[in-house]
Design a protein around this ligand. Structure first.
Ligand code: C2E
Ligand code: MG
Ligand code: MG
Length: 683
């Protein structure tokens, strides 16, 4: 982004003001000079005219005939005339002491009949403009400068003179009978005027300079303010730009910046014939940390991990945070794909090292997909899509690894897309059903509840288990509608028992975190309960433990609201998250389902036994009933009986089955008065 250069107010002000100052001074001097000269010429012209009139008044009577009669005479003739010498004497006498330097007299023909410079007598001035103007009655004056000038008193040097041609009119208002040319010496006057002119100029320059200095200070102050505002604006712009292109948490460039840079990197590699790689890095198990320890811990973890990844890259490589727990790295120049492998291994190792966040020692991992360009795509979109596909395939192969893109990976992305479409269609067309798995009271060995588990009977795929589609339903937003359907179906089943007059069992329904966190969840449960009219105590909702710890306050409020409706609350898969046992005190839960991963090795693993025992003891103290999930063997069942665990669920007692089959088992259990047969029939 190009920015226009800042406006330098002081500089422009100084230059324009100085130019203005000089121009004003020059114009002022010029105008002053012209005006004073014009004034001088007018003034001297009038003085010369007065002088001429005075001379004419006194001398015309005596010399008028000489002038009038001079027409046609020669120079020699004139010089020989004694009146000329007399006229000279008279004129000199009358002008002595005045500033007059020279006087000439012309007759009407323009012949010089008299001049204080005798050499000029006899010359003809007939064609002179001044002479002609004077002859027609007008005084004509002009200023002139002479290096050398023949004056009355002799030769003068470097003189400024005003020459006036004045009509000689012996009778007032009569025609001119000759012309007098008077030169007055204005050298001194001009000199004084010139001095005054410079004094005025100096005063003006002084005044303007003072004004300039004053304004300069004001402008400089303004310029300082403008510059500071300009700098602040630029800094703000830079900050906004930085924010737009960077992730606030890690400080890494973001997705917006990524697209630009990857396109650049791909075209550079095509131009220069070298190879680059794009890594798509996704953190494993990050969501658990975020959900169970809260966003602060999640943020701290992301910061630490992003710094570690950055540390595995060269300075020339670029790392971006794409959002959530996804990062990309552009390795602008690699010699061979193995280079990318080395980098990927380094990153995986670095990320896998435990991270201390607050008092927790957290272990996450990463999965990396790599696309090499050119080859795995000609444009940024394709390369990114392929690196992403490679990452998903690495995840499928068992997280914590890396994979290079292969063409068939896009097929998997396609498969997922088809799965999404099939799920939506399947749900619309009624391909989903619920299976029910019995839960037994440990002491009485009787079935006390059933867990409703979703099944998808896809015409093309066969029976599909929830593990394959729950995640997709959560991602696509289907889960809320499907979840409501599950609850409604379970309640319908309870209703049937009630309507048939057979003993109704409690039914537990799994609730996804997406569902639980949606604002319409509690009202939905209330609606379904009232629609079906089942006693709320027969409905149990299974929540995952991470929900309680991620955002404890809203979770507590939701649980309270559910409890107020009268339903039972269970914590499912307990022990798989980061939850601490003492959290349980804060939530009004009824059941705690110990995750199958603890149950599996319970017969052989002393640590698992210790955990199960302490969970049970604590729960009992809090009035919470513990349920052991996934009980498959008698040994496991014996252990839980031994620690007085409340309920048990597992293949040992019955697999999840369609309601008709479960019903048959329940009926036979009732007729035999025990559940013992159940396990043997179903398992
Ligand atoms: P879950 O709630 O922990 O359900 C228990 C899972 O363990 C069921 O798997 C069940 O078949 C399996 N199981 C029970 N006893 C044993 C045993 O002795 N051995 C072994 N190996 N497995 C046992 P399923 O039906 O595949 O469901 C998997 C998960 O999918 C469920 O785990 C639950 O989290 C989720 N799920 C199922 N139905 C729904 C549903 O309607 N809504 C939601 N949100 N989630 C559901
Ligand atoms: Mg469950
Ligand atoms: Mg479970």
């Amino acid at each position: 982004m190009r920015r226009s250069p800042p406006f330098r107010l002081t500089r422009y002000f100084s230059i324009t003001s100085l130019v203005g100052l000089v121009l004003v001074t020059i114009v002022l001097i010029g105008v002053y000079r012209t005006l004073t000269e014009r004034h001088l010429v007018d003034h001297e012209g009038r003085a010369n005219a007065d002088l001429t009139r005075a001379l004419a008044n006194t001398l015309w009577g005596q010399y008028g005939d000489f002038v009038i009669g001079s027409v046609g005479r020669t120079r020699a003739d004139l010089l020989a005339d004694p009146r000329l010498a007399a006229l000279r004497t008279d004129v000199l006498t009358r002008v002595s002491g005045l500033s007059v330097a020279k006087i000439k007299v012309y007759n009407v023909d323009g012949l010089t009949v008299f001049s204080s410079d005798e050499g000029q007598i006899g010359e003809n001035k007939r064609d002179n403009d001044g002479f002609r103007a004077a002859l027609s009655g007008t005084v004509a004056s002009h200023i002139t400068y002479r290096e050398r000038f023949d004056a009355f008193e002799g030769v003068l040097n470097k003189r400024n003179l005003i020459a006036s041609y004045v009509p000689l009119r012996p009778t007032p208002g009569g025609a001119a009978e000759g012309v007098v040319e008077v030169y007055s010496d204005v050298t001194d006057l001009l000199q004084r005027q010139s001095t005054a002119q410079w004094q005025v100029a100096a005063a003006v320059v002084g005044a303007l300079s003072t004004l300039y200095l004053f304004l300069f200070m004001v402008v400089r102050k303004a310029d300082g303010i403008i510059s500071r505002q300009e700098r602040e604006r630029a800094a703000r712009e830079e900050e906004v730009r930085h924010q737009a292109y960077h992730d606030a948490l890690t400080g890494l460039p973001n997705r917006a910046y990524f697209a630009e840079r990857l396109s650049e990197a791909i075209s550079a590699s095509t131009r220069h014939g070298h190879t680059g790689a794009l890594m798509f890095i996704d953190l494993d198990r990050f969501k658990i940390v975020n959900d169970s320890l809260g966003h602060d811990a999640g943020d701290a973890l992301l910061k630490a991990v992003s710094a570690r990844i950055r540390g595995c890259l060269r300075d020339s490589d670029l790392l971006f945070r794409m959002g959530g727990d996804e990062f990309t790295a552009i390795l602008a120049h690699i010699e061979a794909p193995e280079d990318a492998t080395h980098v990927a291994r380094r990153i995986l190792e670095a990320v896998a090292r435990p991270v201390r966040v607050h008092e927790h020692e957290l272990v996450v991992g990463a999965t990396i997909g790599i696309a090499v360009y050119p080859g795995d795509g000609e444009d940024a979109d394709t390369v990114l899509k392929n690196a992403d596909a490679a990452m998903y395939s690495a995840k499928d192969a068992g997280r914590g690894t890396h994979a290079f893109y292969r063409a068939e990976m896009n097929r998997r992305a396609m498969q997922r897309l088809t799965l999404e479409t099939d799920l939506q269609k399947g749900f619309r067309e009624g391909e989903f059903s619920l299976h029910y798995q019995p839960r037994l009271d440990t002491a009485t060995q009787r079935v006390v509840a059933l867990e409703a588990l979703m099944r998808w009977h896809s015409p093309s795929r066969g029976l599909v288990l929830p593990g394959e589609f729950i995640g997709v339903m959560e991602d696509t937003g289907m889960m809320t509608i499907v979840g409501e359907w599950v609850l409604r179906s379970a309640c319908t089943q309870i209703r049937r028992w009630l309507d048939a007059g057979v003993p109704a069992l409690r039914v537990s329904v799994n609730v996804s975190s997406v569902q639980f966190q949606s604002p319409g969840f509690v009202p939905m449960v209330e609606r379904v309960l009232s629609d079906s009219g089942v006693p709320p105590a027969l409905v149990e909702l299974e929540l995952t433990e991470s929900l309680l710890i991620g955002q404890p306050d809203p979770a507590r409020a939701t649980i309270e609201a559910l409890k107020a409706l009268g339903v039972r609350i269970a914590i499912d898969d307990f022990g798989t998250g980061y939850s601490a046992l003492n959290y349980l005190r804060h939530f009004a839960v009824d059941y705690l389902k110990i995750d199958r991963s603890f149950v599996t090795d319970i017969a052989t693993n002393a640590r698992d036994r210790a955990v199960a025992r302490s969970i049970t003891e604590l729960a009992r103290a809090l009035g919470i009933i513990v349920v052991a999930e996934g009980v498959e063997t008698e040994a496991q069942a014996d252990f839980f009986r031994g620690i007085h665990c409340g309920e048990m669920q597992g293949f040992l007692f019955g697999r999840p089955l369609p309601i008709e089959q479960v019903q048959r088992l329940l009926d036979s259990e009732r007729s035999s008065g025990t559940s013992q047969g159940m396990g043997s029939v179903v398992a």
